[in-house]
Design a binder for this molecule. Structure first.
Ligand code: NAP
Ligand code: ZN
Length: 352
């Protein structure tokens, strides 16, 4: 076992602070990474503050972080995909049973025994898994992804969650040329959805509550921007969308968006507000519309997404921060004030 510097929270109301954690010695199938960058996902904030208590209670201390890019420092004897010096990336999962029908389809993200990168049982060391707000991590090679060489590493880290979480449902529901696609909420996930929607050739409309993000939305690849608090602007799009991705982190009314769906259109929730949302039966019935959800993506599709990003030169627009600014970054997330992902430069952990 090795000590590693990290940032953790000790309760739902404590700020994140410097700590020491243990990492296991790599087993035969493990890859050890020195973490270079870790994105800040709104899920980190939900988990740190135990906002998903009913569904997945947080065990403290928690070390969040599941958008990890690093340098391989050691590999186990059976590892074939990586060698020391390579780049490697880890997203929201570090293990699954690998035998269930979902795993066999490459859908480890839906495995009933999936192990999250943080706040899941740690079969190696006991206690819970610790995430990427730390200097190193040890992960089974199956859950370590290859990072295309041409990508900026600070901007590549958020692809491991914000990227795959938006890419996967877009592919599943057939976002492509000729489709009209909506993206609700221009935050970390939302801005990646805009980039992917644009790269896949769809007509992309952003719904935002922030008038100041209008210009950015167009620059990121949106064809149109709607201020969602303006009912007249919303109505202009009634019955016209094939697919809408909802990436909002807080309570909001989805009923007006359901009314914007075309026949057989789908509104997919990736945003995970802690409180239940309301749906109007009539909104779904007339138009055979559906409301659905999607969680990250499987390992093969995550690699496909990273390769797609390499080919299209897609990374997240990041504000790089030292770890010492993490609590400030969380406060800004709550004000929708992020352009468009915070990426922590982990070299800052070495500072006092
Ligand atoms: P984020 O960067 O904080 O972005 C959320 C955006 O939602 C904000 O920028 C804002 O966009 C909009 N918003 C915030 N409060 C709102 C409100 N009260 N009403 C309407 N819009 C509001 O968050 P994120 O990291 O992208 O994560 C978004 C959500 O996805 C979180 O709940 C997170 O836990 C979840 N998530 C789910 C998965 C999954 O697998 N399904 C994976 C990762 C994250 P505008 O300023 O444009 O309105
Ligand atoms: Zn995330």
């Amino acid at each position: 076992m090795a000590n590693a510097k990290a940032y953790s929270a000790t309760s739902a109301t404590s700020p994140l602070a410097a700590t020491q954690i243990q990492r296991r010695e790599p087993t035969d199938r493990d890859v050890q990474l020195e973490i270079l960058f870790c994105g800040i996902c709104h899920s980190d904030l939900h988990a740190v503050r135990n906002e998903w208590n009913e569904f997945m209670p947080t065990q403290y201390p928690i070390v969040p972080g599941h958008e990890i890019v690093g340098r391989v420092t050691k590999v186990g004897s059976a590892v074939t995909k990586f060698k020391p010096g390579d780049l490697g990336a880890v997203g929201c999962m570090v293990d699954s049973d690998r035998t269930c029908p979902r795993c066999r389809r490459g859908l480890e993200n839906f495995c009933p025994n999936m192990i999250l990168t943080y706040n899941s049982p740690d079969k190696h060391l006991g206690g819970v898994t610790y995430g990427g707000y730390s200097e190193s991590i040890v992960v089974d090679e199956h859950f370590v992804l290859r990072v295309p060489q041409n990508l900026d590493l600070a901007g590549a880290a958020p692809l491991l969650c914000a990227g795959i979480t938006t890419y996967s449902p877009m592919r599943h529901w057939g976002v492509s040329e000729g489709k009209k696609v909506g993206v609700i909420g221009l935050g970390g996930l939302g801005h990646m959805a805009v980039k992917f929607g644009h790269a896949l050739g769809a007509h992309v409309v952003v719904f935002t509550t922030s008038p100041s993000k209008k210009e950015d939305a167009l620059r990121l690849g949106a064809d149109e921007v709607v201020l969602s608090r303006n009912a007249d602007e919303m109505k202009k799009h009634a019955g016209s969308f094939n697919f809408i991705l909802d990436a909002v982190s807080a309570d909001h009314d989805i009923r007006p968006y359901v009314n914007l769906l075309d026949l057989d259109g789908t509104l997919t929730l990736v945003g995970a507000p802690p409180e239940p949302l309301r749906v109007a039966a009539m909104g779904l019935i007339f138009g055979r519309r559906s409301v659905s959800g999607s969680a990250i993506g499987g390992i093969p599709e995550t690699q496909e997404m990273l390769d797609f990003c390499g080919q299209h030169n897609i990374t997240s627009d990041v504000e790089v921060i030292p770890i010492q600014k993490v609590n400030e970054a969380y406060d800004r997330l709550l004000k929708s004030d992020v352009k468009y992902r915070f990426s922590i430069d982990m070299a800052s952990l070495k500072q006092k």
